[in-house]
Design a protein around this ligand. Structure first.
Ligand code: GDP
Length: 144
């Protein structure tokens, strides 16, 4: 599988619930390194462009409203199999279906306000990391 990078977002509900530290801790404990990180309130254009693949879905308007409703924490996570590992830590999209001990099972409100985003494949990870981060903002982290 090899070393991968993936985009993680702590969504506005995660920031408002005060679980940023807890979520980052789970990533680090699982061997994922934060190699880029910033807090930002997304503009409508930034959120719509990021979720462009969902433009035709019935929940698109609600999704963009929610994602622009408060600051988010944007991160690039790096590690062996980082894309799948992050998805595993996140749990299923609908917290009602998320495995016990996952981030969404523990903190999400519902299928919309589900606390975290994680890229789902190599091509989306490449698009999503470059949507929010310039090369100069990405660091080299060697775990000790
Ligand atoms: P993910 O990859 O697990 O985040 O799930 P998807 O790619 O299917 O959906 C992207 C995001 O759209 C989800 O994380 C939710 O925030 C939102 N979403 C998905 N389904 C619904 C829905 O039925 N209603 C609302 N309001 N939002 C949804």
């Amino acid at each position: 599988m090899g070393l991968q990078r993936t985009l993680s977002i702590i969504k506005p509900d995660g920031v408002k619930k005060g679980v940023v530290g807890e979520i980052v801790k789970r990533f680090e404990n699982a061997g994922l390194s934060v190699i880029a990180m910033k807090m930002k309130t997304l503009s409508r254009n930034e959120a719509e462009g990021f979720y462009a693949v969902h433009r035709e879905r019935p929940f698109f308007g609600e999704l963009v409203e929610f994602m622009t409703s408060g600051p988010v924490v944007l991160m690039i996570l790096e590690g062996e199999g980082a894309i799948a590992k992050n998805r595993e830590l996140m749990g299923a999209t609908n917290p009602a279906d998320a495995a016990p001990g996952t981030i969404r099972a523990d903190f999400a409100t519902d299928i919309g306000e589900n606390t975290v985003h994680g890229s789902d494949a190599i091509d989306t990870a490449a698009f999503e990391t470059s949507w929010f981060f310039a090369g100069i903002e990405i660091n080299t982290v060697e775990r000790i």
